[in-house]
Design a protein around this ligand. Structure first.
Ligand SMILES: [Zn+2]
Length: 66
């Protein structure tokens, strides 16, 4: 997905989010000045350091250290 971009108005300050296209991979953004559309690749970073425990009776007795 490479685009020629000779239009200087299409910088990130003028692009607005439209919708997610390919779940978690690409978003559709539009330039507010010239109305061109762009595919913006996105990257998901899984933050395991800030994980939150989800209490559940079923797994309450499980111990992953055994
Ligand atoms: Zn533009």
């Amino acid at each position: 997905m490479k685009y020629e971009n000779n239009n200087k108005c299409c910088n990130s300050n003028n692009l607005t989010y439209e919708e997610e296209l390919y779940a978690g991979e690409v978003e559709l953004w539009q330039c507010m000045k010239c109305y061109k559309y762009y595919h913006i690749p996105i990257e998901i970073r899984r933050d395991f350091d800030n994980r939150e425990f989800v209490p559940s009776e079923e797994f309450q007795k499980a111990d992953c250290n055994i």
